[in-house]
Ligand binder design. Sequence first.
Ligand code: ATP
Ligand code: MG
Length: 139
Amino acid sequence: MQRTFAIIKPDAVAKGVAGRILSKIEENGFKVVAMKMMHMTDAQARGFYQVHRERPFFGSLVAFMTQGPSIVMALEGDNAIARWRELMGATDPAKAAAGTIRKEFASSIEANAVHGSDAPDTAAFEIPYFFSALEITAR
Ligand code: ATP
Ligand code: MG
């Protein structure tokens, strides 16, 4: 079992497709072990995407992530990190494979509907960035 961190980003929440994305998550066998809706502050978004702080799109990315509410989640399952990245599809929806969430719901390389941790160390930073131990369902 592995855990990963996921976001239904503000573009997808605003478009009203959060429920359809959550259905795909469940249909693909992920267990949602934590979930909440939040409207990220500038400081929260900057801290979350700190690895991208030198990139030219950083300011725009922070503005996008703070434009409205998003839904943050911790997902659990076998090989959850890689499987969730696969279900999300490529960063740029123009390059995303058929059947992926970004192919179906993303509008652009920036407004791309979902986030997923890209490695175990990333998940280990991202899950506790948004959730306390008490907010994660115990088994
Ligand atoms: P995420 O980290 O959100 O799961 P990712 O790992 O597929 O996405 P990253 O390279 O980590 O992609 O980029 C983080 C986010 O920054 C992207 O999801 C997208 O919202 C935004 N982004 C990435 N590249 C660009 C770009 N060239 N122009 C604008 N925004 C971008
Ligand atoms: Mg990334």
